[in-house]
Design a protein around this ligand. Structure first.
Ligand code: GDG
Length: 726
């Protein structure tokens, strides 16, 4: 890699007071290792807590000292983009808490604006060869904004939270916009395979794209999906644990809690972390196992977070009430069961707490990963602590030797606490050792390295898979210079975007005007060549002066004679009944699928079926068809959510050849997007210029990314034809 890495996160890892000081955090430490190997710039919101300096002075200082590039937000933006849309609309849903989702008018607009502000900041520092790495749900629109501004850039996105199942995600008011935003990236990373599976399924269902397990192919781009479980900053732990001052902290706490066992809880105050349920389990534990009341202390260390949001204030109140109730009920003169700390403590002290604790009680209701579980393991130098871990934390996928709990099952949690506190040392060590090894081995640097390597190796050219060259303006100018030109234009997916119900894909006024203008050009003949039936073409395309070719070249209608004729008169269609029967069977067993019978083909459509089920049934159907059709005069085509069997005597290529042999043109441009158009692209005639629209393998000589690009290109063609000098 030649360029630098541009890392973008909601906040910059610095504190701006009278002095500017770096802050620590998972991402900072993960990227520390990366910083040694690559040049790095960081873009994020610079929150000014209290400072006499102006924004310009601050920007200059942090750029010079850290190579950080600040985004400044107004109080309204902070309210609507950060506390509002990011943390009250997206965050609860990502964690399956739809009941807490709020959405106020204007929040989304501000979210979009702030994402644009970030895009401005990235564009200002980007140089070709740089790699862009965007973090988290605050910036879900940024990948596609950057894709538009910097089409050639390598863009990665990592989501630090879970991605919920489609049934949850579909309730989000901007579910499609946010997914489309992410698809601007070349690589979207998640902590677990489950999250990536949910994401893929939501994309297929909400945006209608085909997807493989590790990539989504859409419009004119491939977005890869990867799984990268984040780790801890192992070096920071190793270093801290070996200092003298750490040892003093450790001895102090060890002495302090010499008479009791310690169960440790560390988290940011957040409803996703499940603290009230945890307290219920603690209460039940103290009630069910009275012999433990004098022997155990629960340290609940909570870091304040998002305090202005109402749901966070509510949860704090609930927690504090429950703690005082439990302490009131179970405290004795020699022990108070819960020690509650509501502020952050220094890293060294946190490590000491981790080490002296007999049990770490990590019980989130949902958590992308949960670093506390891993950090606890990192500090267990003697392998003698026990990790009680929620199944709903991403970390549970890797740390399966922990005592896994369902935090919603209070009784099971209380019993597991008792089990954890009474386990024998050998059993504990057996469980701990492999987990500790794992957290040191796959640490934060390894994680960052993995992501960057995966993003780097994505082949830029794959964006337009094995693409021949893009059809450029120069190519177009050359074409426009010819005196007699034929344009063979496919309709669906070429002139017009797909929609779920094919009958609704009617041409709009703008498209009709465009075709009419093309047909009005002297020396230009326009053919619309489609798999559609005559009736559809008659109804929507017959008044614009183009020759219509229907059913892949079976019939045509000239704008002069205005009646349909067959291109080939004798075609063997004896297979149609048998195939229709097979298709009907599959349509019956696939809700949403249906069969369309045309004069020389039968089509099985599954665009409106469940996308994953439809894809599965389509491959089953194809398997069956290959056996049935082996001796029949037919061809099978698949793509764009259809399986089609058509007469092998009829195809678009044969139709095109028929027309260009009767009317000689000096140049023939054919454009299409699917396999049926390939029969035109393979024709060996030097006058033919072929363009494939969108992704996928092709024999065409050129490519254009989307129907919009085709229409824009045709507009320019008209301009140049009308005034060649412009
Ligand atoms: C998000 C995702 C994902 C806590 N108290 C103190 C303190 N901490 C530090 C811990 C740990 C961090 O805070 C908390 O990290 P988590 O991973 O547990 O949770 P989130 O903040 O919600 O992070 C999460 C993570 O992103 C990374 O992708 O794992 O699922 O929600 O590092 O040590 N640090 C200090 N004093 C404290 O009192 N110094």
């Amino acid at each position: 890699m030649n360029g630098k890495i541009i890392c973008i996160s909601n906040r910059l890892p610095i504190k701006i007071e009278d002095e500017i000081s770096p802050t620590s955090g998972g991402l900072v430490s993960a990227l520390r290792g990366v910083k040694g190997s690559y040049d790095m710039a960081w873009i994020g919101w610079a929150e000014i807590t209290s400072s006499e300096m102006s924004r310009d002075e601050i920007a200059a200082l942090i750029q010079e000292n850290f190579n950080y590039h600040p985004v400044f937000l107004s109080p309204r933006e902070v309210e609507e983009y950060y506390f509002g849309f990011s943390n009250s609309t997206i965050w609860p849903l990502l964690h399956y808490m739809s009941n807490l989702m709020q959405n106020e008018p204007g929040w989304y607009t501000t979210y979009k604006q702030v994402n644009e502000t970030f895009a401005d900041a990235v564009t200002a520092v980007y140089e070709p060869g740089d790699l862009i790495w965007i973090h988290d749900y605050h910036l879900m629109l940024l990948p596609s904004m950057l894709r538009h501004r910097l089409p050639g850039a390598k863009i990665g996105f990592f989501l630090h939270t879970p991605f919920p199942s489609f049934e949850i995600w579909r309730t989000h008011p901007y579910r499609q916009e946010l997914l489309s935003g992410l698809l601007g990236a070349d690589l979207v990373g998640f902590h677990t395979f489950g999250y990536s599976r949910h994401f893929r399924s939501s994309v297929m269902r909400l945006l209608g794209y085909e997807a493989e397990i590790n990539k989504i192919i859409h419009d004119h781009h491939i977005t890869h999906i990867g799984v990268f479980p984040i780790g801890i900053d192992s070096e920071a732990f190793e270093e801290t644990l070996s200092t003298r001052s750490y040892n003093r902290q450790y001895q102090r706490l060890k002495k302090e809690f010499r008479k009791t066992k310690v169960v440790l809880n560390v988290e940011r105050l957040d409803y996703t972390k499940g603290i009230p349920r945890k307290l219920q389990a603690i209460e039940l534990f103290l009630e069910k196992y009275p012999e433990q009341r004098n022997k155990v202390v629960f340290i609940i260390q909570v870091v304040p977070s998002r305090e202005t949001i109402e749901s966070y204030q509510d949860i704090r109140e609930q927690i504090e009430l429950a703690i005082s109730r439990i302490n009131g009920k179970y405290a004795t003169t020699s022990n108070t069961p819960i020690h509650y700390i509501y502020h952050a403590i220094p890293f060294e002290e946190l490590c000491a707490l981790y080490e002296i604790s007999d049990v770490a009680f990590v019980a989130p209701l949902r958590d992308g990963m949960n670093l506390v579980a891993k950090e606890y393991l990192a500090c267990q130098r003697n392998n003698n602590g026990v990790l009680v871990l929620s199944e709903f934390a991403g970390a549970s996928q890797e740390l399966f030797n922990a005592l896994l709990i369902n935090p919603f099952n209070t009784e099971q949690v209380a019993d597991t606490l008792q089990f954890a506190l009474t386990m024998d040392q050998e059993d504990i060590r057996e469980r701990m050792y492999p987990m500790i090894k794992k957290v040191y081995k796959y640490d934060a640097r390894q994680w960052a390295d993995d992501f960057i390597r995966s993003l780097t190796v994505i082949d830029g050219d794959e964006r337009l898979a094995d693409a021949p060259v893009l059809f450029s303006d120069d190519d177009l100018r050359q074409l426009a210079q010819h005196e007699s030109i034929a344009l063979f234009l496919d309709y669906d997916g070429t002139l017009r975007e797909f929609v779920n119900q094919p009958e609704k894909a009617v041409p709009g006024k703008k498209l009709l005007k465009l075709i009419r203008e093309l047909t009005d050009l002297p020396g230009v003949d326009v053919y619309i060549i489609s798999g559609r039936k005559k009736e559809f073409m008659d109804k929507h395309l017959s008044r614009i002066g183009a020759t219509l070719i229907s059913e892949h070249g079976l019939f045509y209608r000239s704008p002069v004679l205005k009646k349909w004729q067959s291109i080939k008169t004798l075609v063997d269609l004896s297979w149609k009944e048998q195939i229709t029967e097979v298709f009907n069977q599959y349509a019956l067993s696939t809700p949403g699928a249906f069969v369309e019978t045309k004069a020389a083909s039968v089509v099985w459509h599954y665009r409106s079926a469940d996308p994953e089920f439809g894809q599965w049934k389509a491959s089953q159907l194809l398997g069956e068809l290959y056996e049935v059709v082996s001796n029949l005069p037919v061809q099978i085509s698949q793509g764009q959510k259809i399986v089609e069997i058509s007469s092998s005597e009829i195809n678009k290529g044969a139709a095109l050849a028929h027309f260009i042999s009767t009317c000689r043109y000096s140049r023939v441009l054919c454009i299409g997007d699917d396999v049926t158009d390939e029969s035109m692209f393979v024709l060996e005639d030097p006058s033919i210029i072929s363009i494939k629209v969108g992704m996928g393998k092709t024999r065409a000589a050129f490519r254009l990314p989307s129907p919009q690009h085709v229409r824009d290109m045709l507009e320019r063609f008209i301009e140049w034809k009308r005034s060649p000098a412009s």
